[in-house]
Design a binder for this molecule. Structure first.
Ligand SMILES: NC(=O)c1ccc[n+]([C@@H]2O[C@H](COP(=O)([O-])OP(=O)(O)OC[C@H]3O[C@@H](n4cnc5c(N)ncnc54)[C@H](O)[C@@H]3O)[C@@H](O)[C@H]2O)c1
Length: 292
C-alpha cells in the first residue's frame, strides 16, 4: 500500500497539462543562455516562470516571449549580489505564485578567471558570493515556501560545473565555488527531504555554447556591484587552439559542445516529478560524456 506522500506524488506524475503544470519556478540568470532556455522549457511544461536576471531588458524579453507563446511568466530583474534583491525576489515571486513557490534554479553566474598567484581577493570573493553565498541566501529566504506540507512537489536545482568536480587551471575561485554547490545541494536534500519531501539536485555542465564559452574578443562583459567590467569568454587563441582540426572536442564522446537547450533539458528533467520524483542529492554531469 503506497504511503500518502507517494499517492500525492503519483497525482503529479499524471501530467497532461505539462510536467510542471501550475508550479511556480524562480530561475536566476534567465535573461539569456542556459537560464533563458530553462525558462522557456519550464513554461512549455506549464510552469509559472519567474525570470530573474541582472539584465532587466533581457529578462523582460524572455518573459514577454513566453507570454506571447501562451505561457505564464514575470520578469523580476535585479542583482543576485544584492541581499535586498534576494528578499524582493522571494516576495514578488510568492505574490506572482499566489503564495507558493515550488522550484528554484540557482543558475545565475559568470567566471572571473585567473591563475592562483594572480587572483585578487575581489575576484575570489565575488565568485564565491555569486555561486555560493547568494544562492544559499535565496534558498534560506525561500524556506517558508519549501518547508510546507501541502502535498505539492518542491525542488531545487543548483548549477555547477565540471570545474567544480574536477578542477580547472585558471579557475581556483570558480572551481571552489562550483564544488561548494554540490555540498549545499546535498545538505538541502538531507534537511528538507524527510519532513517536507523537498528534492535538491545539482547539474554540472561541461562545455555548453553560450557567451561564457564564446570568444572573449566578442566583447561580452558583466559589471560588478562597484562598477568594474569583467570580460566574459575564452581568449580566441586558446579557443582556436583547442578547437582546431580533426582533434576538436576529442575528449568529448559526443564530439561537440552542448547547446543551451540541451543543458536546460537536464535541469527540466531534475525539476520534474515525472522524471525525477525519487532522485535527490545527486549531481548530474551534462558534458556529452566528457570526464565519465
Ligand atoms: N556555458 C558553460 O559552458 C557552462 C559550464 C558550466 C557551468 N555553467 C554555469 O551555468 C550557469 C549559466 O551560464 P550560461 O553559460 O548560461 O551564461 P550566460 O552568461 O549566457 O547567462 C548567465 C546569466 O546570468 C546573469 N547574471 C550574471 N550575474 C548575475 C547577477 N549578479 N545577478 C543576476 N543575474 C546575473 C547574466 O546576466 C546572464 O543573463 C552559470 O552558473 C555558469 O557558471 C556554464
Amino acid at each position: 500500500m503506497a504511503s500518502a506522500r507517494a499517492q500525492q506524488i503519483a497525482a503529479h506524475l499524471n501530467c497532461p497539462k505539462g510536467m510542471l503544470h501550475g508550479q511556480v519556478a524562480i530561475i536566476t540568470g534567465s535573461g539569456q543562455g542556459i537560464g533563458a532556455e530553462t525558462a522557456r522549457l519550464f513554461a512549455n511544461e506549464g510552469a509559472k516562470v519567474v525570470v530573474s536576471d541582472i539584465d532587466g531588458a533581457k529578462a523582460s524579453q524572455v518573459a514577454e516571449e513566453i507570454k506571447k507563446n501562451g505561457g505564464s511568466a514575470i520578469a523580476i530583474p535585479g542583482d543576485m549580489l544584492d541581499d535586498n534583491y534576494i528578499n524582493e525576489l522571494v516576495k514578488k515571486s510568492a505574490d506572482f505564485g499566489s503564495g507558493k513557490i515550488h522550484i528554484i534554479v540557482n543558475n545565475a553566474g559568470y567566471t572571473w578567471d585567473g591563475v592562483i598567484h594572480k587572483t585578487t581577493d575581489k575576484q575570489w570573493d565575488t565568485i564565491l558570493a555569486l555561486h555560493n553565498t547568494q544562492p544559499f541566501k535565496l534558498v534560506r529566504a525561500a524556506a517558508p515556501y519549501f518547508r510546507v506540507k501541502d502535498g505539492e512537489p518542491r525542488s531545487i536545482v543548483n548549477v555547477s560545473s565540471t570545474s567544480g568536480l574536477h578542477g580547472n587551471a585558471g579557475q581556483a575561485n570558480y572551481a571552489l565555488a562550483k564544488a561548494g554547490v554540490v555540498g549545499l545541494t546535498k545538505t538541502i536534500a538531507k534537511e528538507w527531504g524527510p519532513a517536507f519531501g523537498v528534492r535538491a539536485n545539482t547539474v554540472a555542465f561541461g562545455h555548453i555554447a553560450t557567451r561564457l564559452t564564446a570568444a572573449k574578443e566578442e566583447g561580452a562583459f558583466v559589471t560588478t556591484p562597484d562598477g568594474q567590467k569583467v570580460a566574459l569568454g575564452i581568449p580566441q587563441a586558446q579557443k582556436a587552439g583547442r578547437e582546431a582540426g580533426k582533434d576538436a572536442f576529442k575528449d568529448i564522446p559526443l564530439g561537440r559542445p552542448g547547446t543551451a537547450t540541451e543543458a536546460a533539458g537536464a535541469v527540466l528533467a531534475l525539476a520534474s516529478p515525472l522524471m525525477s520524483s525519487y532522485i535527490t542529492g545527486q549531481t548530474l554531469s551534462v558534458t556529452g560524456g566528457r570526464n565519465m
